[in-house]
Design a protein around this ligand. Sequence first.
Ligand code: SF4
Length: 424
Amino acid sequence: MAQSNVAVAPAAHEKLKALGILALNGMFDEMDALSVLRYAVSDVLPGDLAIVSSFGADSAVLLHMVAQVDPSLPVYFLETGKHFPETLAYVETLKKTLGLLNVHTVHPNPDDVRRFDPDGDLWETDPDSCCHIRKTEPLEPITEQYGGWVTGRKRYQTTERGVLPHFELTSDDRIKVNPLAYFSDADVVEYRQTRNLPEHPLYAKGFKSIGCAPCTSAVADGEDPRAGRWRGLNKKECGIHYDFNGAIASPMTAASRHTLWKDGAFIADPFKEWTEGTDPASARYVHVPLPEFLANRDAYLANPHPLGLLVSPGESVEDVAEDLSRFASVAIRFPAFSDGRGYSTARLLAERYRFAGEIRAVGDVLQDQIPLMRRCGINALVVTHEPTRHALVENRLPEVAIFYQPVGTAEVPVGTRPFLRRVS
Ligand code: SF4
């Protein structure tokens, strides 16, 4: 382990860079999770890798693998002060059952808690800030000590994680290892059952994804396992993995620092602007212009990193219809208020191609357009226009009750003029 707390790229990364994250992912795409972890520990970052675990519903799987590879690997548990007592008991159960020798508990800074959450109810009024002081801030100095860390994230969990590779090079030159990236929900259950691993005490009560007590509820049969996390709130991640490019988001000042508005809030944008000369084989977290994608299609399809697509007016999304599932996000450019071609592109994506990833509007995004954009399937906006940003923060969007063109099925003709429709 590196001794310094200063965030510098450890020397081990030179080896990884020389090998190439692309080649690394290529080598391990077909490998099982245990082999990925074993190789990461022995060859990629020996002595320089830590595990961060929530000790939640799925955690036994990764921790069991850790115990197989090296039970003395450092494991960090974020004790937010808001966990279920059952989770705290489960930490002890897993430590004992799996023989983990090096589990550390990380607490929030008491000064931060006193200052920002004196009554312990910040989760109710500002959960992003609560996660920031209880999770993101305490974890930062820990991860800075290591060349990389292992996560239990899986592709099936969220759309954003749908293209998660085994190895990621973060924006500060660290490695994130995701041995379970290709595990399905069924794989997790099967792994746990065949090895008779202890189950989280709340799992049988319907808690399929378990975080802090105030922000976790049971899910119904057939419901998305993560639906019980921050139920009813426009929040899906705690902040630790918020920016899957490696930088940790700072939601305390989200509205003033970020331009991406999604699910009701300004958040850190994992995507960066595409620049001329970007290598198609190694590009990551950029929206590739559609003509550029077509010109280098094979290289982009072989590229293992998360990518987006940028569609400008006059370009046809039909040209990339069969490759849409390759993209985590499609950005549609709106160059001017009067140019409505982007709405048609959004509708094609949402209705004809059932695109499940993010559809974002970029360019001249103004307050009056937003209800129409959302109606066409756009679920994220890059907003730089200050009055529009204020309107979003204050939830002041114009209401549009009647439309000329039908969209989707939940709309009904209005009165004797069937070309006018209203949301039913
Ligand atoms: S999950 Fe909830 S209680 Fe836990 S840190 Fe985040 S907002 Fe606070």
